[in-house]
Design a protein around this ligand. Structure first.
Ligand code: NAG
Ligand code: NAG
Ligand code: NAG
Ligand code: NAG
Ligand code: NAG
Ligand code: NAG
Ligand code: NAG
Ligand code: NAG
Length: 819
């Protein structure tokens, strides 16, 4: 019995020893002509960073010649005999001779691998491993005649190239291992597509699954928020002899590598010396928007905090090819121009779209010395040219890329997080709004958001600032801790306990993006937990940054965000709990609405106005709520209103007041006409929703679904007709009759009607609203409101049945997720 146990442990020990390293007896730095390196020896780089030798991957019994980090166990960066392993226990030798480098069985002529030198090879060749990880074979003049960097496996090291050498025909691309035990080439490759302007593509077999975007030659330095210690220099070469893309770290003592694993995930890693581990810096593809061609033509994919979806490049000039399937989130048809191109001589023009991952460049033409003006002219001359762009902004405005097919595989980034400008050809009639458009572009550029660490740039390559940020943190803390988030991060188990495992009994309501639960933390603190729908696989960094951004908005009329929780694909937002739930449970309820007397209602109206004013003008960020409605107004125990659900609010900064959105997110009944119909939103579209709220609070009736028995009016229409006939007091909730102050009621209704005017420019801003509500001065006369009649609204622009079906209910309309 004892004996068996002992044997077992000895065997285990032996297995552990064999697991990665074989026992190496000698460490050399050079193998020269006709010298032999046996499989017990290794070749070490000058300062001992890399080592070449024979290894076994994982638990495999097979052996391979490879290069690994000498001081880091089990990190192989290059393999010679990938698909021809040394089986069995036979001894092997690495020989350097006039035929180059070869790996042979000792006492036998069997060759496992050879560097396949040609006649030019030298008799006095020597082999060395460099500190970059490059295994080089040099002639007597130290000229490189062969190097492992020309034959990439699954790892990209700084200094390695992706692309193609037209002189030697060598193609540089990564190819994944079959499995962790088998370095033979697997299904996935990542490399340059050089048919048009070069770009990197991830392929599964012949199928493209992800594209990195066209190459651009940029040095990402001088961004003051980051340590200059961890900067990269990217190098793109596009000339007659080669097309290549590579990067080097300015501080070469920092170890980084990018790997393509056998399930097709590209991952960038940084070695953290203190933690003695590889820290993941970036993993691609990240989300559904990275799926190749997900949105098809003239549409872009975008991800926000809650969801990811496709939208036509702009809703004015493009329409889904098939509206019905588009609404079902079947985006395969893509979008088409509203007005087809007719290519009348000189009449067409271009519209600029910003922050776009440029479309697939397979059918492109380029000239990197042409300026943008000539580029435009060249595109305009050829009817099949659909767009132009400057792919490389580092060339002082030079560089011209033209597309000769329908544009596809675009992605839209939030401002400052990557993407480039593209100029898309349009029929002359679509160019009328050009000035508006420019304004909109400006707004985009001005957006102030904390730098989203992940994904600052996917330009050509995929290494991003996240490397810097991580590194910086690790520097500071000396370990690979979780990020220094300024917001409490709750553990999933804490929240699960607090909500009785998300019990149905604890559901407070169903918000736009998932259910909201009541929870009680251990300390007895009550919270509301919003569990975002699981369909989003948004990056953790992006999510956290958006959460931090929201949590910075603090005002007594805004619901406070206490923290968040991220686990796997779970995303939870933890808010302060509001004892009295939402306003709609009072004003639309026959019994509860008695609780809200006029004074309380008027306070609620003023509170909402102050909260909205803060969002629009006073907060550091300028926020448009976009989905303001009674169910998003929560009440604390003293009936003070607090605006909730900034999930869809988009911040934008500076003095811009307008922006255009691809997706209409909001609730019918509260949406301003310009927003519902054209997707143009601004603070004035929130003002419209506020106006509807005021009318609902005063009348106790829902705008949507309210149909006047005689006139077929909705609530706005009804309010307008009683107001214009001087019978405003007929509008008020019957329960208010006793408590109300007629002057305040009239004022509120008039302000409400001013807010719902058809023309956004006629509507007051929130600071005037507050002044008008509180003051005694004469108010302007409102013009006839938008959406006067329910029917008009429905018939006018929404012919599809999807909209009609949801028209009377209070659902939030958002785009459907893909999964
Ligand atoms: C070399 O080894 C292989 C397999 O072990 C054997 O089949 C072959 O005959 C050997 N050749 C020589 C020349 O010894
Ligand atoms: C060397 O040439 C042989 C035969 O042409 C080929 O099978 C092998 O893949 C080549 N090896 C390398 C490293 O190119
Ligand atoms: C690099 O980082 C170290 C430590 O954080 C700092 O002392 C040094 O100044 C940095 N070097 C540069 C060039 O920023
Ligand atoms: C292409 O660029 C590379 C790297 O800059 C250079 O070595 C090579 O000579 C260039 N070839 C031509 C034809 O310009
Ligand atoms: C590849 O990486 C992804 C992401 O880290 C991981 O989920 C997957 O399991 C990895 N595949 C293998 C075979 O290790
Ligand atoms: C097209 O426009 C150019 C310049 O405006 C003019 O020279 C040319 O004659 C026009 N061609 C046709 C077919 O109208
Ligand atoms: C590229 O553009 C430059 C500047 O406009 C021009 O001189 C050159 O002839 C162009 N080359 C090609 C191949 O069109
Ligand atoms: C337009 O561009 C396409 C693609 O480069 C080319 O085949 C065609 O000849 C060009 N037409 C004209 C009129 O230049």
């Amino acid at each position: 019995m004892m004996e068996q146990t002992l044997i077992f442990f000895l065997l285990l020990l032996l297995l552990l020893l064999l697991h990665f390293h074989t026992i190496h007896t000698a460490e050399l730095d050079t193998v020269s002509d006709s010298q032999f390196l046996t499989d017990a020896d290794t070749l070490v780089s000058p300062t001992g960073v890399f080592e070449l030798g024979v290894f076994r991957p994982g638990t495999s019994a097979n052996r391979y010649l490879g290069v690994w980090y000498k001081k880091i166990p089990a990190t192989v960066v290059w393999v010679a005999n990938r698909d021809n392993p040394i089986t069995g226990g036979s001894r092997v030798v690495l020989r350097v001779d006039h035929t180059g480098l070869s790996l042979l069985l000792s006492n036998n002529v069997t060759t496992f691998w050879s560097s396949n030198m040609t006649s030019s090879s030298s008799r006095k060749a020597t082999a060395k491993v460099r500190d970059t990880g490059n295994l080089v074979l040099m002639d007597e003049n130290q000229k490189i005649i062969w190097q492992s960097f020309d034959y990439l496996t699954d790892t990209l090291l700084p200094g390695m190239k992706l692309g193609r050498n037209f002189m030697t025909g060598i193609e540089w691309h990564l190819s994944a291992w079959k499995s962790n035990q088998d370095p033979a080439p697997g299904e996935f490759t990542w490399g340059a597509d050089t048919l048009g302007y070069p770009e990197n593509k991830l392929r599964k077999g012949p199928q493209v699954t992800f594209r990195g975007g066209p190459w651009s030659n940029q040095r990402f330095s001088g961004v003051s928020t980051f340590d200059s210690n961890l900067t990269f220099t990217y190098k793109a070469v596009v000339n007659a002899s080669e097309m290549s893309f590579s990067y080097v770290l300015d501080d070469s003592s920092i170890l980084t590598r990018t790997t393509l694993n056998s399930s097709g995930q590209l991952e960038s890693w940084v070695w953290v010396e203190n933690g003695k581990k590889w820290q993941l810096a970036l993993s691609l593809p990240r989300d559904i928007c990275d799926s190749y061609d997900i949105c098809s033509t003239y549409a872009s994919c975008s991800v926000n905090m809650i969801q990811q979806s496709c939208a036509c490049l702009d809703t004015k000039r493009f329409v889904p090819r098939n509206q019905q399937s588009w609404e079902r989130a079947d985006w395969s048809g893509g979008c088409v121009r509203r007005t087809p191109l007719d290519c009348k001589n000189g009449s067409e023009g271009f519209v600029k779209y910003s922050n776009i991952r440029l479309p697939d460049t397979e059918h492109t033409w380029f000239n990197m010395s042409m300026n943008l003006k000539d580029c435009e002219a060249k595109c305009l001359k050829n009817c099949t040219c659909m767009a132009y762009a400057n792919p490389d902004t580092s060339l002082q405005g030079r560089g011209c890329l033209l597309w000769f097919n329908d544009l596809f595989d675009m992605r839209e980034y939030s401002v400052g997080n990557g993407g480039q400008d593209i100029f898309v050809r349009m029929a002359s009639s679509e160019l009328v709004d050009e000035s508006n458009f420019k304004k909109k572009g400006g707004a985009k550029i001005e957006i102030i958001l904390p730098v989203t660490i992940l994904g600052v740039l996917i330009i050509g390559m995929f290494l991003t600032w996240s490397l810097y940020a991580r590194r910086k943190r690790n520097h500071r803390k000396g370990e690979d801790n979780e990020e220094d988030i300024e917001l409490p991060l709750f553990s999933f188990s804490t929240i699960a306990t607090a909500t009785a495992s998300f019990s149905d009994k604890n559901i407070l309501g169903e918000g736009g993006f998932g259910p909201v639960y009541k929870g009680v933390l251990e300390e007895g603190i009550e919270v509301a937990v919003k569990r975002l729908s699981r369909t989003s696989s948004q990056g953790v960094h992006e999510f956290k940054n958006e959460v931090i951004c929201i949590s910075k908005l603090q005002h007594r009329n805004l619901v406070k965000l206490l923290g968040c929780c991220i686990q796997g694909d779970e995303r939870l937002l933890i808010y302060e709990y509001m004892a009295n739930k939402s306003l709609d449970s009072f004003i639309f309820d026959e019994n509860e609405n008695k609780i809200l007397d006029w004074t309380t209602r008027f306070n609620i109206i003023k509170g909402i106005a102050r909260g909205l004013l803060y969002l629009h003008h006073d907060s550091r960020l300028r926020i448009i709520h976009r989905d303001l409605k009674v169910s998003n107004i929560l009440l604390d125990q003293d009936m003070n209103p607090k605006i909730s659900d900034f999930g869809i609010a988009r911040s934008f900064g500076g003095n811009e007041t307008g922006a255009n959105t691809h997706r209409v997110v909001g609730t019918y009944g509260y949406m301003a006409p310009e927003y519902a119909l054209d997707g143009v939103f601004s603070t004035k579209s929130d003002v419209f929703s506020f106006g509807v709220l005021v009318l609902e609070i005063v009348s106790g009736k829902k705008n949507r679904g309210f149909i006047h028995p005689e006139y077929d009016h909705n609530l706005i229409g009804h309010a307008w007709s009683v107001y214009s006939e001087g019978r405003t007091m007929e509008l008020i909730d019957a329960n208010l009759a006793k408590s109300c102050n007629p002057t305040e009621v009239l004022r509120s209704v008039q302000v409400g009607l001013l807010c719902v005017q058809q023309n956004a420019g006629d509507r007051p801003n929130m600071s005037s609203v507050i002044m008008m509500l509180g003051g005694e001065s004469t108010l302007p006369q409102p013009k006839q409101p938008a959406f006067f009649m329910d029917k008009d609204f429905l018939v006018a622009d929404f012919s599809s049945s999807t909209y009609l079906a949801g028209s009377v209910s209070d659902v939030t309309i958002t785009e459907v997720d893909a999964r």
